[in-house]
Design a protein around this ligand. Sequence first.
Ligand code: SF4
Length: 158
Amino acid sequence: MKKVLTTCGYCGCGCNLYLTVEGGRITGVLPKPDHPVSQGMLCSKGWQGHGFARHPDRLDQPLLRQEDGTLKGVSWSEAYRAIAEHLRSVIRTHGPDKFAMLASARCTNEENYLAAKLTRAVIGSPNIDHCAPVWLQRSGPGRPPTALRKSASPTPSS
Ligand code: SF4
């Protein structure tokens, strides 16, 4: 069994964990005992949130909508080019304040910082918001961020 150190992607707390990997597949999670944030504990999302990685519906490449309304798989460079062209066109035609960024509680602090810089300093729009007020209210009562727990064994493969 291989252990891969990573940062939990489920909220901005930044808990560290090890993904346990067998045969190229994620089989479970182990907390990092000496991490300054998580201190060997994870909440239920950290323990169980890896299932999406092997879900059959998970997208494995960008999809670009075509003129006939269908979606076509494209490369990342093609997708980024299309996004940049569309954003330039919107900003040129309607002004930078017609651009809005919706960041995410599932991004790291560094990613959210970059989202704010891109929106305010590069594009020149004041419109940036974050899903935390909605997302954390919904998941908060059942899954408070302080509901961390320790376990000696990795989560079972689902
Ligand atoms: S509090 Fe839970 S969801 Fe947030 S980073 Fe830690 S384990 Fe992940």
